[in-house]
Design a protein around this ligand. Structure first.
Ligand code: SF4
Ligand code: SF4
Length: 387
């Protein structure tokens, strides 16, 4: 029997935009029980999915933009409803019609910066490699073993540049044959795609693919799990295949092969936070932990909600660019969890997590009680007395 719905046209558009699996939902509500939003405010992805099925979604609703694409609910869904695809399909429609509620307004500036300068931070493309000055970083040329692709936040954000710098200190110390593309690198496009701007994603992806092919790149080393995810799982849609390695995997290999020596103490209690796009979306849970366990003096403690059940930092799905009200930030909860297990350092491996955690650390006035570190910063410090 055909579904009788008042907005049949909308159903068709949702279908074309990738939200077809919504029809398999039988409204069990398991998704709502795991969604992190329900820890800070009421939000029902189940209800949104039901509205999608009938083409009844209100496009101007803030709820359309809440999903951080954390991957928790698809993991639980008994009907493989692919909630993320449905949310993205709704955003595609809203983007097409230009309907943005107030918390989503910053997206316009972000898109303009991505289209014009290849980054979401309103920075000049020409300054993309400034973080590397004085760090003995070469430009990638044909025959270089691996391309290091730091991504936008590590290139421009003052806090995150330190992560890119720690990374190249490790690579240099290990004698890795790597190079960067500098201003030929563009945003990977992962997050703008999740906001529904498919066209801009495709433009950015093509720019990177062209730059990789022109330079003769085969292997790409990334710091951001978002770059990792899109290069590995989404760029193949363009019929290209590069070997993608996340920095935690790569440094774990360097350490196992004895190419870096971790001979300085890092005597701290460290909790590791699994970024959604490294863990849940790509199954990388062990390498970051193995790496931290190699550091002498470091005591690794587990957080509640870890590994496949990790609590989202709130930055995925383009939420990093949207306003999240005080009292509704998942990152605040994560910092409280870290303090509750007695951690002195909250370590992670994703620029969005670090940006959100640093923000929460300031607003919750936790400076002096908790430090936020990328794993590469810890490893770099643990190598301090080498050589
Ligand atoms: S878990 Fe899946 S089947 Fe159950 S309500 Fe959510 S989307 Fe529907
Ligand atoms: S993917 Fe995550 S944030 Fe999005 S609806 Fe599911 S549980 Fe909630």
């Amino acid at each position: 029997m055909e579904t009788v719905a008042p907005y049949k046209e909308i159903i068709e558009v949702i279908k074309e935009s990738g939200g077809d699996a919504a029809k398999y939902c039988f409204q069990c509500g398991l998704c709502d029980t795991v969604c992190p939003w329900n820890r800070v405010r009421p939000f029902s992805v189940r209800r949104l999915i039901r509205e999608v099925t009938f083409g009844l979604t209100e496009l101007e609703s803030e709820d359309l933009w809440r999903c951080t694409t954390c991957g928790r609910c698809p993991q639980q869904c008994p009907r493989d409803v692919r909630q993320i695809e449905s949310m993205v399909s709704l955003r595609r429609i809203a983007t097409e019609y230009g309907v943005f509620p107030s918390s989503v307004k910053p997206l316009r500036t972000i898109s303009a910066s991505l289209a014009g300068e290849g980054n979401p931070l309103n920075e000049e493309r020409g300054k993309r490699a400034e973080w590397a000055q004085g760090k003995s970083v070469r430009t990638f040329t044909e025959g270089t073993e691996i391309l290091y692709f730091p991504g936008c936040y590590l290139c421009y954000d003052p806090r995150l540049k330190k992560v890119a710098q720690a990374t190249v200190e490790i690579l240099n110390r290990a004698g890795v044959d790597y190079g960067i593309l500098g201003e030929r690198e563009s945003c990977c496009g992962e997050s703008i795609r999740k906001t529904g701007d498919e066209e801009l994603f495709r433009t950015l992806a093509r720019q990177n693919i062209r730059a990789f092919i022109d330079a003769g790149v085969r292997r790409v080393l990334v710091s951001s799990p978002h770059c990792y995810h899109t290069f590995k799982n989404e760029y193949p849609e363009f019929m290209v295949h590069f070997e993608i390695v996340h920095i935690t995997q790569y440094v774990a290999e360097l350490a196992a092969a004895g190419r870096i020596e971790l001979n300085a103490e890092f005597a701290h209690r460290v909790a590791y936070h699994d970024p959604c796009y490294l863990g849940r979306h790509n199954g990388i849970y062990d390498e970051p932990r193995d790496l931290l366990r190699r550091v002498s003096g470091l005591e690794l403690v587990e957080l509640p909600d870890s590994r496949a059940d990790s609590l989202c930092c709130g930055g995925g799905g383009g939420r990093i660019w949207m306003e999240t009200m005080k009292g509704e930030r998942f990152s605040d909860l994560r910092l409280e969890q870290a303090l509750a297990v007695g951690a002195e350092v909250l370590a992670t491996a994703c620029p969005y997590c670090i940006a959100n955690f640093e923000d929460s650390r300031l607003t919750l006035e936790m400076e002096g009680r908790l430090e936020i570190r990328d794993i590469t910063e810890i490893i770099r410090d643990a190598m301090a007395q080498a050589g």
